[in-house]
Design a binder for this molecule. Structure first.
Ligand SMILES: [Fe+2]
Ligand SMILES: [Fe+2]
Length: 173
């Protein structure tokens, strides 16, 4: 690799625009997700699942705050842009809620599927952002958004656990 050390010049400066673009995309996505998580929490039958969605709503508010800090660390305004992928994922979540709202025994499994697709999108986005920040020597951005990445992964694992232990088991817990 041509530049691996910070020596006054920012290493891997060719990634700058991409980093900023990905940060704007995920900022928009997180904002859009707030509404989506409300709907998921309202639709959830199982109380553990409902709590998990409510808890992730609060985490998501914090993810937005971390992104704001990351933008200001780069000397940029934290304006996001509409995330078409998140819009699509949330549209599908609404479709699946409508399709299964009269089948409570399978609705929670459907909600978990929709939510895990969202988490995997976020994990991919933050994973790339953290990699770019690391390569560019943006240590604070890397650390801040690395915490968010860890929370997205934990949420994904929690959803799998709820699916295995309660929500997908064919009985209301
Ligand atoms: Fe998030
Ligand atoms: Fe998330």
């Amino acid at each position: 690799m041509a530049h691996t050390k910070e020596n006054g010049n920012m290493p891997n400066a060719h990634l700058h625009e991409l980093l900023v673009d990905e940060m704007k995309d995920i900022m928009g996505a997180e904002r859009q997700l707030l509404k989506g998580l409300k709907k998921l929490a309202n639709a959830a039958q199982n109380s553990t699942l409902k709590k998990a969605f409510e808890q992730h709503y609060e985490q998501t508010e914090n993810h937005i705050e971390r992104l704001k800090s990351a933008f200001s660390n780069l000397g940029l305004s934290g304006r996001g842009k509409k995330c078409k992928a998140m819009e699509g994922l949330l549209n599908e979540a609404e479709e699946i809620i409508e399709e299964f709202e009269d089948s409570p025994e399978v609705l929670d499994a459907a909600l978990i599927a929709a939510a895990q697709k969202v988490e995997h999108y976020e994990i991919a986005s933050y994973g790339c952002i953290v990699t770019y920040a690391k390569l560019m020597g943006h240590t604070e951005v890397k650390d801040l958004l690395g915490q968010t990445l860890a929370e997205e992964k934990e949420t994904d694992e929690l959803l799998t656990q709820i699916a295995m232990e309660e929500a997908n088991m064919g009985e209301t817990a």
